[in-house]
Write a protein that binds this ligand. Structure first.
Ligand code: AHR
Length: 490
């Protein structure tokens, strides 16, 4: 297999926010997963789980979206501030009909982001909220000086304003966020966005609700009617193996299911290309970012768990799928400025699972940790001449890759071998640099290997030795079903 990387052909910057995450008031993501409360016997800092904080910092989480998802358009932020015993309780109608006591609100979320060293991305309520409510939320968080909302914030213990750059104006307003037509939402977007103000030096990056998967008309209408008023336009695409009624098991699946999942996830490439082409017509300078703020696998919930909690296990299949998507996002980093896998802990394609005081890192976690070296690097031109795994409808390349250069001039290469039976030997020609000092990392296993609370390190990274330095560059031998990172020192 021939592979060329031309380190002289520098392309876009890989925004670190491509490695972003999403946390919703859904199932055990916020409560139990992130927040256990100050009085919990589980070690915590201000109620935030210590073990989870440490794992997320090590993974270099750059940005976190909150409070939803569908929950966002049902959320009234004022219910989640002030003394906890006085906070209003509500029913989480979207997710399991459970009681939401609002003990995790704006202050707790922004404290979490501060501890993680990541940017907050707050998703506002358009579906059931008001223009004033969103406008006041932004004032509450970011106004520096005396104002009704800044005074309220100070009375609640936070004198200094926070910096909050990313504000989403509604979520899935074509569905759970109000079942709107794109024409109607485009007008509403402009109305809400007008009153989302920049206070002091806090400059808001406004994100409009974008399309569901293949709904290209939504993108067309939004760009035509509101493109000039937005900084970002979102896109949601989930990978399911079957259909929405029968999505398939997260770990009990066949080889055929495995390849179907891979081919379906590779449609992300087509989606970005086609939505991107529409955006290019209205915004050739790529001023409006594509924000893939929900992506990942969506399988049937683990048997015996609350169907509204979306708890699923995570296998090597999820790891390969994450690596495919992250490589795709890198390749389109001229347009894709943020992506947020759904969701952070205990929900859908989580990087972390918890059970009481126990915590495990999933195979997907290890992929994020490996790929973190790409954050803020410069993408370089690369081309791999490999075969396709295909059927009449869809395809996925046997190996999916991307390459970038960091500030020191080191080259980072990430490859994933989708194949379950081929071990490709890759002849890499490196242009513009010599391979002298090279290190590699490997994540591999059988397609449904997973980490469990009994066996937390079944799938974990190891040093990769399957390469030789050659005159042209490198010869790399990939194991089946594997993710490999190579670092070539400058
Ligand atoms: O991530 C779960 C749900 O999927 C989100 O709440 C919603 O935005 C999407 O449909």
């Amino acid at each position: 297999m021939k592979y060329i990387i031309n380190t002289k052909k520098k392309q876009s910057t890989i925004n670190k926010h491509i490695y972003g995450h999403f946390s919703e008031h859904l199932g055990r993501c916020i409560y139990e997963g992130l927040f256990v409360g100050e009085d919990s016997p589980i070690p915590n800092q201000d109620g935030l789980r210590q073990d989870v904080l440490e794992a997320l910092i090590a993974m270099k989480i750059p940005v976190l979206r909150w409070p939803g998802g569908c929950f966002a358009d049902d959320y009234h932020w004022m219910d989640g501030i002030g003394p906890k015993e006085q906070r209003k309780k509500m029913i989480n109608t979207h997710w399991g009909g459970v009681l939401e006591d609002n003990s995790f609100g704006t202050h707790e979320f922004l404290l979490l982001c501060e501890k993680l060293g990541c940017e907050p991305y707050i998703n506002g309520n358009v579906g059931s909220g008001t223009v004033r409510e969103l406008s006041e939320w932004v004032e509450y968080m970011t106004f520096d000086g005396m104002s009704p909302m800044a005074d309220l914030r100070a009375a609640n213990g936070q004198k200094d304003p926070w910096k909050v750059k990313y504000i989403g104006i509604g979520n899935e307003n074509w569905g759970c966020g109000g079942n709107m037509r794109p024409e109607y939402y485009a007008d509403l977007y402009k109305q809400f966005a007008t009153y989302v103000r920049n206070f002091g030096d806090n400059k808001v990056f406004k994100i409009a609700c974008g399309a569901n998967s293949f709904d290209y008309n939504w993108t067309e209408v939004l760009m035509e009617n509101a493109g000039k008023h937005m900084d970002g336009l979102s896109l949601h695409y989930y990978t399911i193996t079957g259909d929405w009624e029968n999505k398939g098991s997260a770990w009990d699946f066949s080889v055929e299911d495995y390849y179907t999942t891979m081919k379906k996830t590779y449609e992300m490439d087509t989606l970005i290309r086609k939505h991107g082409a529409i955006m290019d017509r209205y915004d050739p300078e790529k001023k409006v970012a594509m924000i893939v703020d929900e992506w990942g696998t969506w399988f049937d919930v683990e048997p015996g768990t609350n169907p509204g909690f979306l708890y699923q296990q995570n296998t090597m299949r999820d790891a390969i799928l994450a690596a495919i998507n992250l490589n795709i996002f890198n390749k389109y980093s001229d347009r894709v400025q943020m992506a947020n896998i759904a969701q952070l802990v205990n929900v859908l394609q989580a990087v972390i699972l918890t059970e009481g005081d126990k915590m495990i890192k999933t195979p997907t976690y290890h992929v994020f940790e490996m790929f973190a070296d790409h954050q803020e690097n410069t993408l370089v031109e690369s081309y791999l001449d490999c075969g396709l795994i295909s059927d009449d409808e869809r395809y996925v390349p046997e190996v999916v890759e991307s390459a970038s250069i960091n500030e020191e001039g080191d080259l980072i290469i990430t490859l994933c071998n989708v194949s379950l039976d081929k071990t490709p030997s890759i002849d890499l020609s490196l242009v513009g640099m010599d391979a002298t000092m090279v290190k590699g990392e490997l994540l591999t296993g059988s397609m449904n290997s997973m980490n469990t609370f009994e066996n937390p390190d079944e799938v974990t990274k190891s040093e990769f030795h399957g390469f030789d330095i050659t005159e042209e560059g490198l010869k790399i031998n990939l194991p089946t079903c594997s993710v490999v990172k190579m670092v070539v020192k400058s």
